[in-house]
Design a protein around this ligand. Structure first.
Ligand code: TMP
Length: 205
């Protein structure tokens, strides 16, 4: 029986352990022999990756940032996300539009309605089927970031910025409890992996 391909997105504050959790998710897809493409935002296309460099390492107006995020997203949706879904391939994206609501609106006060206009413009009929929100107190995420060195513009922001991001993500999750699966990333790594597997089993088994 062929199943409709799924669009899965991964979100969370910087330092929430997303890179480790991505390895668990990829492992799940490989072990279950499920087809998938893995991609990321900002980025995922040649132009998108150039915009990522600009976005992560240059200061700019929050509205400019929102517009560039959606410029990259427009390429990503049309070049990667939709064509793969249309071919029956599951798409896993490290961040998507929830990040613009959390960072540019929640973190930098861009009006929500402006983000929604851009969202409707770029992907009115495309929504993730499932969104993992990796959540943990920002005191922990920031201390994890500090051990990484070489931080980008967003990672270099202070505690209050990261708190706003976390709260906006949690509010988004409350509004759409069916789509969002909030994972407590402060717990033991094996428990995180078990939770991810259980959630994916419900979707794919
Ligand atoms: P990451 O690859 O470490 O998640 O880095 C991407 C950074 O870009 C992260 O700090 C969140 C930020 N970002 C936004 O501010 N808005 C967006 O719409 C997206 C996709 C990412």
């Amino acid at each position: 029986m062929s199943m409709k391909p799924k669009f899965i997105t991964l979100e969370g504050v910087d330092g929430a352990g997303k890179s480790t959790h991505i390895q668990f998710i990829k492992k799940y897809f490989i072990e279950k022999d499920l087809n998938y493409v893995f991609t990321r935002e900002p980025g995922g296309t040649i132009l998108g990756e150039k915009l990522r460099e600009i976005l992560l390492y240059n200061q700019m107006e929050p509205e400019t940032e929102s517009l560039l995020m959606f410029a990259a997203r427009n390429e990503h949706v049309h070049e990667i996300i939709e064509p793969n879904l249309n071919k029956g391939i599951n798409v896993i994206s490290d961040r998507f539009t929830d990040a613009t609501y959390a960072y540019q609106s929640g973190g930098k006060n861009v009006e929500i309605d402006k983000i929604t206009v851009l969202k409707d413009w770029v992907h009115k009929n495309l929504q993730p089927d499932l969104t993992f929100l990796f959540d943990l107190p920002v005191e922990i995420s920031i201390s994890r970031l500090k051990t990484n060195g070489n931080l980008d513009k967003f990672e270099n922001e202070g505690l209050s910025f990261h708190k706003k991001i976390r709260n906006s993500y949690l509010n988004l999750a409350k509004k759409e409890p069916n789509r969002f699966k909030v994972i407590d990333s402060s717990q033991n790594i094996n428990k995180v992996q078990d939770e991810i597997n259980l959630i994916l089993d419900k979707v794919f088994l």
